[in-house]
Design a protein. Structure first.
Length: 577
């Protein structure tokens, strides 16, 4: 015990408890641990033997690496089902089931036997609970809704196989580690008032929300959008995934922009925005935009989903200050992005970094967006309801239903928040760069939801990649000249090309070959009426891949080896199908 350094104290109120790999600190007056450490001039990492991370090893090969700020990653047998420290309970009569590895170590430090399942709340069904057969099991619930939900699920699983099952809560703090850190004994856990000894079917559910299955929830959101919006069935799935993603945007690290597009008015873009304003996380609907500073001030209090209607007018390239608005929207697709804003302070102005990270929806009739903005977008194509099969959005009748659905979306997000933040997902090899940053958040949501959703996201990614390729081939999205050059160099050097089979080609010959292959770009017949020169050829190749011309022989012309360009083609994905 010690005096707490973060509040005025006349008697010791700070408990300090050693457990394997770390130290538990608990202020009985209510000071948070990070506040205590800050008062000492230390960080949370100083509580751990290894300041970078602590590794928890499971008997089946799973390794969980957890940092001081509670970020964690997994390696080894990440699909294993073993409980943490299950190998230590064989002779134990009473076993405590807690929610995290640190809680297991805390109970063991207090003289008990304990286990926990991997991946935290919401994943109890993935663990092998057979080693607890016949034992006296005490489930310790964390003091929050996800913790109580998890405890209920564990108790339901163990009731048929354990000798007895009871559910308790910590006497102080949030979890078992806090309870032990507060110098409470194992016998001082409090019976959970919301739990009946007869089982989950008879408990009162006070303060408890049902455990929600993600896959049926996504299906329900798809069905919801399908009632009111006319679009491709795959686009309905994107809307559902994006909606759930907004509630987990921070954990997903990047957030794609959703582009609601149509060829004509009356296709339902505003309707989609209205529904997203009710189902997404803190949806803010804009009929128009006037100030970049307004956007970042809205985001300063936390994550909001920005729903910007009429972008064909609001973000028109010829409108004043559009460049600054676009800059904010472009920067905010990745967590941690900020923009300096001047704020009044004491008669003057002080630059303050304000966040720009936020999920964004852009709605408009074929809007002219810059390529760097469009490349961050997933496009949803809407159509008018010609057949009259779509329901009207009569909010006076469906508002309550929408609120209830949004509540369950938010509750599910809380269940899987910790899991989503650590997910490492596999995407198709051709999904790189911006495509990966758009697809990875949706895949994280799909994996957390389970069912057929991961395969459906792969289908959505494949469609998005095909659309991008088709746009390029149709000339709808112009590549920079240097990239066109690299594509053309690959083509003329490939089988059937004018330089096929050649190891080395001189610069002058390459210029002539390129002018024959793509005269609209490289001959004097292009729109600038300037033919490609050897100097410009060398400058553009150097710009893309830092490859410079050389000579095949000492007295020969300068030119390029195919082998020198191949690494750049591979790196840029040129020639891959």
């Amino acid at each position: 015990m010690a005096q707490c350094p973060s509040h005025p104290d006349t008697k010791p109120s700070l408990s300090i408890t050693r457990i394997p790999d770390s130290v538990l600190v608990y202020c009985h007056a209510g000071c948070s641990t990070d506040r205590v450490m800050a008062a000492l001039g230390r960080t949370m990492a100083d509580l751990f033997d290894n300041k970078r991370s602590t590794s928890y090893r499971y008997s089946d090969g799973r390794i969980v690496n957890r940092t001081a700020n509670k970020d964690f990653s997994q390696q080894g047998n990440t699909r294993g089902a073993a409980l943490f420290h299950v190998e230590k309970i064989a002779e134990a009569h009473t076993v405590y089931v807690v929610e995290g590895e640190k809680d297991v170590l805390a109970v063991e430090a207090a003289g008990g036997s304990a286990v926990s399942s991997a991946m935290g709340a919401g994943k109890a069904h993935l663990a092998d609970w057979a080693p607890l057969t016949g034992k006296t099991v005490i489930v310790v619930a964390d003091r929050d809704d996800p913790g109580r939900q998890h405890a209920i699920r564990v108790a339901e699983i163990l009731s048929p196989i354990a000798g007895t099952v009871s559910v308790v809560e910590p006497a102080e703090g949030k979890d078992a580690a806090d309870h032990i850190a507060a110098e409470k004994t194992l016998g001082e856990f409090l019976p959970a008032s919301w739990w009946s000894i007869d089982g989950a079917s008879e408990q009162s559910h006070v303060g408890v929300v049902e455990v929600i299955d993600g896959a049926p929830l996504l299906d329900e959101v798809v069905e919801w959008f399908g009632r009111f919006i006319c679009c491709d069935p795959l686009d309905l799935k994107i809307l559902a995934l994006f909606t759930l993603h907004t509630h987990l945007a921070i954990e997903c690290y990047t957030t794609p922009r959703l582009l609601l597009d149509s060829a004509m008015p009356g296709s339902g873009k505003t309707t989609v925005c209205e529904h997203l304003s009710r189902l997404a996380c803190n949806g803010v609907l804009f009929a128009s935009l006037s100030s970049p500073a307004m956007l970042v001030r809205i985001l300063n209090d936390g994550i909001n989903t920005l729903l910007i209607d009429e972008v064909d007018r609001t973000l028109s390239p010829d409108k004043q200050d559009v460049g600054d608005l676009i800059a904010v929207l472009n920067s905010g697709y990745k967590r941690g992005a900020t923009r300096p804003v001047l704020v009044p302070t004491g008669g003057g102005w002080t630059p303050v970094k304000m966040p720009t990270f936020a999920p964004v929806v852009l709605a408009g009739n074929s809007p002219l967006l810059p390529d760097d903005t469009r490349s961050r977008c997933i496009r949803i194509l809407l159509a008018p309801d010609i057949d009259g099969t779509i329901e009207d959005s009569d909010w006076e009748f469906i508002e309550v239903e929408a609120e209830e659905l949004q509540g369950r979306i938010a509750a599910w997000a809380e269940q899987v928040r910790e899991q989503v933040s650590s997910l490492k997902v596999d995407l198709p090899s051709e999904c790189r760069g911006r495509s990966r940053e758009k697809g990875r958040p949706l895949m994280r949501i799909a994996i957390a939801a389970g069912g057929l959703w991961p395969d459906q996201v792969k289908e959505l990614i494949a469609r998005d990649l095909a659309e991008e390729e088709a746009d390029r081939e149709d000339g709808l999205r112009n590549l920079p000249p240097a990239m066109v050059l690299m594509h053309d160099l690959y083509t003329v050097w490939s089988e059937g090309g004018l330089c096929a089979g050649r190891i080395f080609v001189g610069s002058r010959e390459l210029v002539n070959v390129l002018a024959l292959h793509n005269p609209e770009q490289w001959s004097e017949n292009n729109r600038f009426q300037k033919r490609l020169t050897e100097t410009r050829l060398g400058r553009m190749i150097s710009q893309v891949c830092k490859v410079h011309s050389s000579r095949e022989t000492r007295e020969g012309p300068r030119g390029y080896y195919r082998a020198d360009l191949e690494p750049a083609w591979n790196r840029l994905g040129i020639g891959r199908r």
